[in-house]
Ligand binder design. Structure first.
Ligand code: NIG
Ligand code: FE
Length: 434
């Protein structure tokens, strides 16, 4: 395996962050629970001149620096505490990237050039490119080699401030290679200081050997992949790419029902290329539905009434060179809980950067910087069922924090394609990416 994430200190050392210019706590807006909706998305719970104490990987207290320095416990233990002077910079809960595909071997450069020459997503797939072009590399790779790729992706994702990542399989597309991908994700997670949530995406596309009988592949997913992944505790979620050229609504429902029967939670890629009504899929209570470029008013009303998070992945719209982005404003104004994620993958979104996603959300989807930050932290945690431990800076939560070398939180979404993240703390471990 490659080197572990650089420069760590032991988790047992208490850590005190002092002199934080703006601490974005993302704590509950008064009395509310559930994912942030509407105006709540703009409540960042900012404390100026703040301090945060982390002990044993948990946040134990959050307040002002001047009070922290008077605190009897801190005074008594000052010698054992590692102090980090934040020099008036901005501190946020580590980003929660709730949608990534890190289990692949190579970038897809031919597809990239074809797209520049004018081919679209479906034309590239029909010419043998697209998701299917990534299968052979994964099938041929050893578990260790694949785990190394996943770990290097996780390290790249962490550098701009992400501490929790959902990681999908989905480029093996055989029983053996999907399980191998999930095992590689597990092996890489063990080497990474952040938190990884594994997802089985055997239903990414139908691999070519099943193209004359796609139903047989759906059966393989339902009867073998899902039960084995569940029994071996290799996945928390099952995902499906429900769209033209991938899986029909019927097949997607069959797959997600099999997931639930096997005790796994569900999520889906949906309405990315063409619209699928969300009515039936929402009945399965997915924690998140992702992409949503083609949702209509009826879908938006249903989403607003549900607990399901709508996750936008504008990196895909950007990289595919699309003019249109999902109608984020309409969803937010209707009261849908929204999240943002990178969709890190070799075909449609080769970016590991949550700050870049924030920038896209603001410039192309007209989200405010505050809405984008909430969508990328606490609502991302809701999208993964981790809202009790991730996504905000409150006593009892995991000490996952990111320190940015800026004075104003809006700069997180303002600087384009530059990394202002100076330090990442994951589970009480200080990770210094640069
Ligand atoms: O989220 N939509 C399906 N899956 C990915 C694309 C994966 C790929 O092209 O390799 C996505 O955009
Ligand atoms: Fe995706």
């Amino acid at each position: 395996m490659p080197r572990r994430h650089p420069s760590r200190t032991a988790v047992s050392t208490p850590l005190l962050l002092l002199n934080i210019g703006q601490l974005l706590t993302l704590r509950w807006p008064s009395g509310n629970s559930g994912p942030r909706r509407g105006a709540e998305l703009r409540e960042l719970g900012i404390i100026e001149g703040a301090a945060v104490l982390c002990v044993g990987g948990k946040i134990t207290s959050v307040g002002r620096t001047k009070d922290a320095l008077r605190d009897p416990w801190i005074k008594k233990h000052r010698k054992q505490i590692r102090e980090l002077d934040c020099a008036n910079k901005v501190v946020i809960p580590g980003f929660v990237d709730s949608h990534t595909h890190p289990a692949f071997m190579s970038p897809r450069l031919t597809d990239f050039e074809k797209r520049i020459a004018g081919a679209n997503y479906e034309e590239i797939a029909e010419a043998g490119g697209g998701i299917r072009a990534s299968i052979e590399g994964v099938r041929r790779a050893g578990k260790r080699e694949l785990a190394e790729r996943v770990l290097s992706a996780l390290n790249e994702i962490a550098a701009p401030g992400t501490t929790t990542v959902e990681a999908k399989s989905g480029y093996g597309l055989s029983l053996e290679s999907e399980l191998k991908s999930l095992q590689a994700i597990r092996a890489a997670s063990a080497q990474w200081p952040g938190t990884v949530v594994p997802t089985l995406l055997g239903a990414h596309v139908v691999p070519s050997e099943f193209q004359s009988n796609p139903q047989q592949y759906v059966s393989l997913i339902c009867e073998e992949m899902i039960p084995q992944a569940a029994r071996r505790k290799l996945a928390k979620f099952v995902d499906v790419f429900c769209d033209k050229g991938a899986f029909s609504e019927e097949d997607s429902l069959r797959i997600l029902n099999a997931a639930r029967k096997n005790g796994l939670q569900v999520r889906a890629h949906i309405s990315q290329l063409t619209r699928t009504s969300l009515e039936r899929i929402l009945k399965l209570n997915p924690l998140s539905l992702d992409h949503l470029d083609y949702v209509d008013e009826a879908d938006i009303r249903l989403l607003a009434k549900s607990e399901t998070i709508a996750t936008f992945v504008p990196g895909a719209n950007y990289f595919l060179g699309l003019r249109e982005y999902p109608p984020a404003r309409k969803l937010i104004d209707a009261g849908v809980g929204v999240a943002l994620a990178t969709d890190y993958n070799p075909g449609s979104s080769p970016t590991a950067s949550m700050p870049f996603v924030l920038s896209l959300a603001c410039t192309h989807m007209k989200m405010t910087p505050a809405e984008a930050i909430t969508a990328a932290t606490i609502n991302g945690a809701w999208a993964l069922g981790l809202e009790k431990s991730k996504g905000s800076i409150e006593p009892g939560k995991d000490s996952d924090l990111a320190i940015f070398g800026v004075k104003d939180y809006r700069e997180l979404a303002y600087w384009v394609a530059s990394n202002r993240c100076e330090s990442v703390i994951a589970g009480g471990l200080v990770v210094v990416p640069r």
